[in-house]
Design a protein around this ligand. Structure first.
Ligand SMILES: [Zn+2]
Length: 510
């Protein structure tokens, strides 16, 4: 294979007049064979480019390495993005209006309503409505009046009720009353059926979600969907998915199969156009903050320490097995006791890896991440979602909750992610939360001393790269603002004009 860095070969692509954040001088980024071949001072005379070289003038825009979301549940995210959020509807009439404008919108664009080439229309699913506080009542007529015959089913916030229209009642063979409501068992049964979709539907939604991520500058995800992920991704890639690189996680129940098939973390999967790699071995050892099942040193105010769902000897045995089989463990640990258990197991097994979440960490454990080679895979948006829950459940100790600055200062490597669908698959949301420790909601920052700098957040979202470097894959995001200079609000919503994976445009093409 020819050396992409061989200077005697002409570049395939030149991104001309680009700026690296924090540097005023314009550079030209040369791409050859899918890699960054050179970064040189801008020549200003693109007309002299060799024949066969495509030159794209970036007009002084900022370029950064393409972004990674290090923790995603991609199928769940694709489903969530195709379900209409009705949590803000203050009445049945308002909910119907939201549904009506969505149906009218997708009718006009034709984008998201088709199941496949057969012309059947997908059921529109809405979620999160709270009819208990509505001043008016749902009805079949109200929903029929805004849905133009598109089957529509709305699942209530507490999941105990489904409001459907006549077309959905017909499609799913259920009896529709004048109020349009199913309650309890019939509601649960329909909700299950709504989640049980043909691969073709889910794959199309995943493809759309991939394109939407590319439009935010994302070039790769680590997918922790709780299933045997390799075959699903091979099917999607052969069906045209090309927007992102994917590292597909493996769960312990599939470890035997993975080993038998010769898989190990980091292995490129044949037949995936270079996009699919075997990801880490995901091991859950505790619960979550909001359910008070995160395993903690001190008791919760309501009592109990949370749950350790795997015993320490079992965890150690699993990590030893992972090491022998070439798998990098990614251990889900939220509470401070769970983080201690995870670090102890990494140390005893003599293997590095990742802790997923690391939401609450004992001060004496900060330094162990760097020393043991354990990356802290963190989701900064959760810090803002969960600040009230953290103050309530870890009172007086939240100075070491979501401790991004403390981890970096102690030598830990951070990797930022969303845990989509828990937070949106948008690294700018994560990086904004990490750097501002605040939303644009006037509430003010939460433990601002734990904030990262913008450059640290970029580095933690680009697999440690931080800036465009010769020899790296030509995975690049082109931004309309300088991420080191824009306001917090602009940073949170950074406009991305183009994204490339291995030198191929996956979004935009300026
Ligand atoms: Zn997760």
């Amino acid at each position: 294979m020819p050396d992409p860095l061989d200077p005697s070969r002409a570049p395939d692509l030149v991104l001309a007049s680009a700026r690296q954040p924090g540097n005023e001088a314009c550079v030209d980024v040369h791409v050859r064979g899918g890699a960054v071949a050179a970064v040189v001072p801008s020549r200003q005379d693109a007309s002299t480019a060799p024949a066969g070289t495509r030159v794209v003038d970036l007009d002084g825009r900022s370029v950064i390495p393409g972004l990674w979301d290090e923790h995603v549940h991609m199928t769940q995210w694709a489903l969530a993005t195709n379900r209409l959020d009705l949590s803000d509807a203050g009445s049945a009439r308002e909910a119907a209006a939201v549904v009506g404008s969505h149906v009218a919108g997708s009718h006009a664009t034709g984008v998201s309503s088709r199941i496949d080439g057969s012309g059947a229309v997908a059921t529109l699913v809405g979620v999160g409505f709270r009819d208990a506080v509505w001043p008016d009542l749902p009805s079949l007529d109200l929903l029929d009046g805004v849905t133009h015959g598109r089957p529509t089913a709305l699942i209530s916030h507490d999941l105990h009720c489904v409001w459907l229209n006549s077309a959905a009642a017909q499609r799913y063979g259920v009896q529709a009353h004048a109020d349009g409501l199913l309650r309890e068992d019939p509601a649960f049964a329909l909700t299950r059926e709504l989640g049980n979709l043909p691969d073709a539907v889910v794959d199309r939604w995943v493809q759309q979600a991939g394109k939407a991520a590319a439009a935010r500058g994302v070039v790769g995800i680590v997918d922790f969907e709780m299933t045997w992920n390799r075959d699903a991704w091979l099917r999607r890639i052969s069906g045209g998915f090309a927007a992102l690189r994917v590292e597909a996680g493996v769960y312990p129940q599939d470890l035997d199969r993975a080993v038998a098939e010769g898989l190990r973390t980091g292995l490129g999967v044949a037949g995936s156009n270079g996009l699919l790699t075997v990801g880490p071995l995901k091991v859950l050892i505790d619960g979550s903050l909001n359910t008070r099942t995160a395993f903690c040193v001190d008791p919760y105010p309501a009592g109990g320490h949370g749950l350790l769902t795997v015993s320490e000897p079992e965890l150690l045995a699993l990590l030893v097995r992972a090491r022998q089989a070439g798998f990098v463990p990614a251990v889900h640990a939220i509470g401070d006791a769970a983080n201690r258990v995870a670090l102890d197991a990494f140390e005893a097994a003599g293997i590095g890896g990742r802790v997923e979440h690391a939401q609450f960490v004992r001060s004496e454990d900060f330094v162990r991440f760097g020393r043991l080679g354990v990356t802290a895979s963190v989701q900064p948006a959760h810090a803002l979602d969960d600040r009230d829950a953290a103050e309530a459940n870890w009172p007086g100790r939240t100075d070491r909750a979501f401790p991004l600055r403390s981890l970096v200062a102690a030598g830990a490597r951070l990797a930022l992610g969303s845990d989509a669908p828990v937070a949106p698959l948008d690294p700018w949301t994560a990086m904004s939360a990490a750097t501002a420790r605040a939303r644009q909601d006037g509430r003010g920052p939460w433990h601002a001393e734990q904030a990262l700098t913008r450059q640290e957040a970029l580095t933690a979202s680009t697999r440690g790269r931080g800036r465009i470097r010769v020899g790296d894959p030509a995975d690049i995001a082109v931004l309309d603002g300088d991420p080191r200079k824009v306001s917090d609000a602009e940073f949170a919503a950074m406009p991305v004009s183009a994204t490339l994976v291995a030198g191929r445009f996956t979004h935009g093409s300026p």
